[in-house]
Design a protein around this ligand. Sequence first.
Ligand code: XMP
Length: 366
Amino acid sequence: MVLVVPLSVEKLVEMVKSLYRDIDCAVACVSGGVDSTVSAIIAKLALGEKVYPVFIDTGFMRFDEARSIKEALKGLLDLEIYDFANNIISSIEGLSDAEEKRIAFRESFYRAVKRIAEEKKCGWIVQGTIKADVVETVGKIKTQHNVLSDELLKRFNLRVIEPLIELYKHEVREIARQLGLPRCIIERQPFPGPGLLIRTVGKMYREKLELVREATKIVEKRLNGSGYSQYFPAIWEYDVAGEGSIDGIEYIVFNIKTTGVVDNVRVYGHPVLIKRYPAGLDVLKIYSYFDGRSNPHILIELTDNNRGEYVAAIRIVKTENYMMAEVPRIDINELKLLAKEVASLPKIRVVTFDITPKPPATIEYE
Ligand code: XMP
């Protein structure tokens, strides 16, 4: 059955009330992003005391995230914080494949949710799943951790309330405005459920994860309030598989694989780093020299320390619906200043900037 969800708080609350008023109780998983926050508030307005809003520290959150989200939502939701960081990180350490990592994350995340639901004696959870999450999982573009299969729900013996399942991000923001949420929540850039995990590209280990956390702090400090849809760094090993040149463009190819999306199908290929390009060449057009299937992400170099083990790859995009995205034109000197700060972190060899739109690249690297 396709539910046509009307775009008003009252109607969403009515819908949740009419469908779920007889449940025992529900744990509402809130990450601080606009989707899960709006979902939890709608559920709370509809079901009152039966809803327990919680924040789970997965270990893949940004610096100080639990405390700052609790603070930002004060007076709107009384969040209970649960720390599962060590459990969840340990269950993923050593894994390399992007899908395997997402699936392992989903497994330990829901084990944590189940423990909380048992503690509260609830058979239900509330989630901020939106339409794009479902479209991408069903289309096998990637496994969204919050799109639960019947098998998972059965195995964890949980049932799920998803008030926003028919809405896209800009519609959720509209509901958030109707709810009078603070701007910092409404305009907060989306942060993926598995968080920094998918920005610790390739093999997951703690040193790399901590480096992503540090680099994220720097990038967000400079770009919060910039109006870009998403802006973040990812980290992977400086491991070069090959080099070449084409029409005066000198490049290297990394060994790691990153994701792209071509004709609505996910592809995996090696990112390319442009070391040098002819003066006057439109930087945003360089990507058209490469094949998006083999090389979904094309990067330009901002800084090379000439030593160090890691690539810090900065990505900035503008998008309405997150299904397509463009790279904004940013003054190269501004980017270089940001890169200089990131390059001062330990063991960083190069800092890059991704010039590829979606498609052919995905927004994230995995
Ligand atoms: P991609 O990389 O697929 O990203 O172009 C589109 C949007 O989805 C977010 N994203 C995720 N969100 N779990 C999430 O909850 C994930 O595994 C995941 N992967 C990507 C991404 O940040 C962007 O907003």
